[in-house]
Write a new protein. Sequence first.
Length: 352
Amino acid sequence: MSSAYELESFTDSLLLSVAGWIVIFKLKLRHFSAAYFRNDLQGIRAIAITSVMLFHFYPYIFPNGHVGVDQFFVLSGFLMTAMCEREKHFGIKQMTWFYYRRVKRIVPSYLLAILLSLICSKLLLPDYLLPPNLTSARAALKFTTNIEATDSIKEYNVMLTRAADLFTHTWSIAVEMQFYVLFPCIFLAFRRLPDWIAIIWVVVLGSISLLCHIKLTPPEAFSYVHARMLLIYVLGIFIHLLSKNSVNAGDGTPKKCTNTIFYGLCLAGVIGTNLLVFISVEGLIHRTIAVSLTAGLILLNSRQNVNFLTSKYIVYIGHISYSLYLVHWPIYIVFKQNFVETAMGMSRSIHV
């Protein structure tokens, strides 16, 4: 009874939150800068979300698909820097707009996904899963899933195997929101510096993050923003600085034929490292290879318009990648708990 009452109160609060966000984002706010958009980046998102979903659904067949999350982070670092660089000035007004756009893109759908997941937990999952999912939902609402242990074992792969926590996957969104708090400070620091000093600044930040990643134990090294994600986000910022200098170089850019060859190799490498079947590659080495190849795709494709990644179907998957990320895991849990677990239980009873 207490769990039912708790769920009802929690759901009412969420409904009010969702309604509030919808009202807020219906307001007309003046957009002072055109959006930064490249179809090929949506193609990279499509590869990343496909890899993550295959890893979650078939972890033993696609054990390396988790690097898709790292590719999302690289893209975020690159795009955030590119969008902010387009502004002549980056003061309080621009910073406010930056946070508004980030919250608008992430929060409404995120709150709605949490609400619908809790309703599914009450209606479609065993009763014993409701209390832990309420606890996980609170962590998700605070964007602290990556910090708060929602499972006593505190092992991500174990939680994936159990498929009982509807909000396991929200750790990456929590990390993203935490990085948004840090990003304007990082950006303002190197915005006022010459490019070569800015690159040194970014390399120093990345080195500190890498050191934290190496020194911390696996759970913290995997999910803490300063230990892993800051390094990957900083790589995205670094890619933008290189891309900007490449465009400014003009005649110094590679010839189109050479560019196309290297681009094709990077694309094949990204798909291969993400979707390598049955063979699990050591984490840090694999992530380094995957994000480096992703960096190559971003840099080499800056002057190309037609390729596999800009196919309308691939771009469409990239467009809906965030929605797919939000819903795929709860849907999988509902399916597994209601069909797979039930079938296994029936099989055991028959054998007995």
